[in-house]
Design a binder for this molecule. Structure first.
Ligand SMILES: Nc1nc2c(ncn2[C@@H]2O[C@H](COP(=O)(O)OP(=O)(O)OP(=O)(O)O)[C@@H](O)[C@H]2O)c(=O)[nH]1
Length: 426
């Protein structure tokens, strides 16, 4: 085989391997979940229990309406008064149901639950006043309804407030009805027993849920940190990236992404063994961290790939930082051989999602690999966002030239906005 054939085959293999890598990365990007890590316990609980709360509210509301309609049907003479009395608490109950139905924060669910409990209590009092003793039979059930709302949905002061409402209703009923009889005392006693049992049970439930929540947080924090490099993992980088971008958009700040990949890392493993490879990755991770500002975020994306998010940096700043990092790693003398990295740089465009910016940086990285490795390449701006193009970036006159031959002179950007631009400083 001639050397020309061989080099053609090598190029072909390189393109195919790049394509495979690109596809694997795209697949991985799709599986990233959008999890919130700054959730409060109440939000977390509401998130998990919102459907349960809605079902409970709906059931209670339907039961309430059926009971009113049944009562009115049995006692037609009092229909007008009953309908009026029922409509009053039914309205806030419905409002609470709507609030709870709209999936929202723990605060919203708490208010919905409180409004519901208050209107339920008002309903008990109004009905008992209208119907006399008849309804007293169902009172314990009514008292248990507000308390059966899991207190994990309620914030600090909400829980005592719910308890006060639950106790206050039956008490008001007893005070407002005829002079207390012996049976009524018995009824009130059984209600208090039910209430206190419910309170204790719910408090225990709350404590165990909170413990579970803390444990889950800790597990997630562990899962988010890469054991080898101690850098955040891919999922965490995406989470932080989303936050950084939304903040940057609010402040009109630029953000850039570096996609960093160690060159020929397979041969490092092959020559020196996996443990030495691990040591090399640790060294690279340390250099990445040392080159960043405290507000920057860097993470391990898997294997020998790293990503850094640089808030406040446009693509030129980012390219300068990337070049400094590239040089630091090249000059590192703690490893058996010279380690090098290739870096793709992309500047976030207004309205662009984090996964898209990272993908553009990754595409620029593949260009850096394709044009010889150990270099920094700036991603072209997306075509459809031509109006908000990043600032012009200097580039090499010769995109295929290795970084060492490149001039540090800034070159104006060419006409083609989607051509990758290689960048280097000596
Ligand atoms: N020691 C060690 N090696 C790893 C780790 N994760 C991935 N690797 C190795 O990194 C190498 C990556 O190989 P390739 O994807 O072919 O990339 P490369 O050899 O760096 O080549 P280019 O990226 O094209 O320059 C593989 O040999 C993996 O086994 C790790 O945690 N520790």
């Amino acid at each position: 085989m001639s050397s020309e054939d061989r080099s053609h085959e090598d190029r072909h293999d390189g393109v195919a391997s790049n394509r495979r890598k690109r596809r694997a990365r795209a697949r991985r990007a799709k599986t990233v979940e959008a999890l919130e890590d700054n959730q409060s316990f109440e939000d977390y609980a509401a998130d998990r229990l919102w459907s349960f709360l809605c079902a409970q509210l709906a059931t209670a509301l339907v039961g309430y309406v059926v009971m009113i309609a049944g009562g009115a049907w049995l006692d037609e003479q009092r229909f007008a008064g009953t309908a009026f009395a029922s409509a009053t608490p039914a309205m806030p109950m419905t409002a609470a149901l709507v609030i709870a139905w709209v999936r929202g924060s723990g605060r919203r669910a708490s208010f919905a639950a409180l409004a519901f409990i208050a209107s339920l209590e008002a309903g008990i009092v109004l009905h008992a006043l209208q119907w006399g003793d008849g309804l007293l039979i169902v009172l314990p059930a009514f008292v248990l309804i507000p308390l059966s709302f899991s207190p994990v949905l309620l914030r600090g002061w909400d829980f005592p407030a719910a308890a006060v409402l639950a106790i206050g209703g039956p008490l008001a009923l007893n005070l407002l009805s005829r002079p207390p009889a012996v049976e009524q005392f018995g009824l009130v006693l059984s209600m208090f027993i039910a209430i206190s049992t419910s309170l204790v049970t719910n408090l225990f439930a709350l404590r165990s849920q909170k413990k579970g929540f803390r444990l889950e947080r800790q597990l997630r924090a562990f899962a988010d940190i890469d054991e080898l490099t101690q850098l955040p993992r891919r999922r965490r980088v995406f989470e932080l990236g989303r936050r950084i971008l939304s903040r940057a958009e609010r402040l009109g700040q630029s953000v850039s992404v570096l996609y960093i990949d160690a060159d020929h890392f397979k041969s490092v493993n092959d020559r020196f063994g996996h443990d030495a490879g691990d040591r090399a990755l640790k060294l690279i991770a340390r250099e990445i961290q040392d080159s960043m500002r405290p507000t920057d975020v860097s993470g391990r994306f898997g294997g020998e790939e790293f990503v850094a998010l640089l808030p406040g940096a446009d693509q030129l700043d980012a390219a300068r930082i990337a070049e400094r990092l590239r040089k630091r790693i090249e000059d590192m003398r703690q490893f058996e051989v010279t380690l090098t990295i290739s870096v793709g740089v992309a500047q976030h465009m207004r309205g662009e999602q984090i996964d898209r910016v990272i993908r553009r940086a990754d595409a620029a990285l593949l260009d850096a690999k394709g044009s010889g490795r150990n270099r920094v390449v700036i991603a072209p701006r997306p075509v459809e966002q031509g109006t908000s193009a990043p600032k012009e970036a200097p580039r090499h006159a010769d995109a295929a030239a290795p970084h060492a031959d490149a001039s540090s002179e800034a070159q104006p950007e060419g006409d083609n906005p989607v051509a990758p631009r290689e960048w280097a400083v000596d």
